[in-house]
Design a protein around this ligand. Sequence first.
Ligand SMILES: C[S@@+](CC[C@H](N)C(=O)[O-])C[C@H]1O[C@@H](n2cnc3c(N)ncnc32)[C@H](O)[C@@H]1O
Length: 326
Amino acid sequence: MKPAPAPSWDPKTDPDLDALCVIIGLCFYWLIMLGCMPIRLTPNGSDIPMKPLRPITGYQGGKRRYARLIAERLTAFGCGRYYDIGAGSGAVTLALISLGVSPKQITMVDAGPWGWVWETIGKGEFDTMYLEDLLQKAKAMPPQNVKAWVESVILHEAPSPEIFLILQAASFGSAPVWLSRDGWKVGETGWRYCARGYWEPPPGSREKNPRGTIFSPDGMLEAAKRVEEACIGLDGRQCRAETLRIEGGAAVYIDPPYEGTWGYGTRMDWRAVAGTHTPLIVSEGCALQGADEAIELAPRKEGAFKGKSRGRPEEWLSIWNAPVGC
Ligand SMILES: C[S@@+](CC[C@H](N)C(=O)[O-])C[C@H]1O[C@@H](n2cnc3c(N)ncnc32)[C@H](O)[C@@H]1O
């Protein structure tokens, strides 16, 4: 009988070779995909795409919803320096950094306790462990007791940026919290601070989850850690913006308390702050005279009549341009 021929290597049927071809194909596919992906540089120069930063707490008047748009308009001026004036919770600065601007290119100014927070974070002196310890205490107690703890313990601690963040996070309606000579105040009335109560949805309510005095201590801590890490090196200042000297060749964003609002403990004469500086973007409740462009961010609801807007108040961006690449 003729012996069977020795098995020979057949490149068409060899399973190892098939697997190798699939692996090489996949590698090429990912190389091509990576080449096409828009990769945003993070502030420290790594090329890992950055998850957008979000403010540590809510803040009435905060620009979180529009921050990316404002940051894109600011970076489009092509300047090397940015001012975020009336910085509050820092929504616009955080959007700038998320777009790849280095914190070293940013000056943040706020006359209220947020200015203190940014000063401390910029210098790398923010005490995240202290904030974590306070939030752990809040988490460890029955949620119904947090309001009383904030009002009887936190309110009487030595004032600090970390204490302010707890008070702001627990403020009813995210009303602005500010410090006067006789203690912490909240909102327009300047009344003594009081915290939001624990809320449980009544039977039949569309809301299903209860709301704590501090909405999400874990989310707040995560945001604080990310913000602290990303913002070291920025120039944070707690001062009245009217005392500021703005460097030439900078893109400036001013978010003053809107005309007719009093809730922040201080007022701002934004025209005195800006002088003749351009490029400049100013937020207000109406389009400002003399601007090159005005964008309505929160249009008045249909059916609302002049002077009595229903729903959210109007918000506008007024923009004064300058030659690109200032
Ligand atoms: C509408 S809020 C800004 C909100 C902020 N842009 C954000 O995204 O959270 C106005 C801010 O201006 C600050 N402010 C009021 N008067 C000021 C002044 N004279 N100089 C600097 N900041 C001032 C307030 O403390 C407040 O934080």
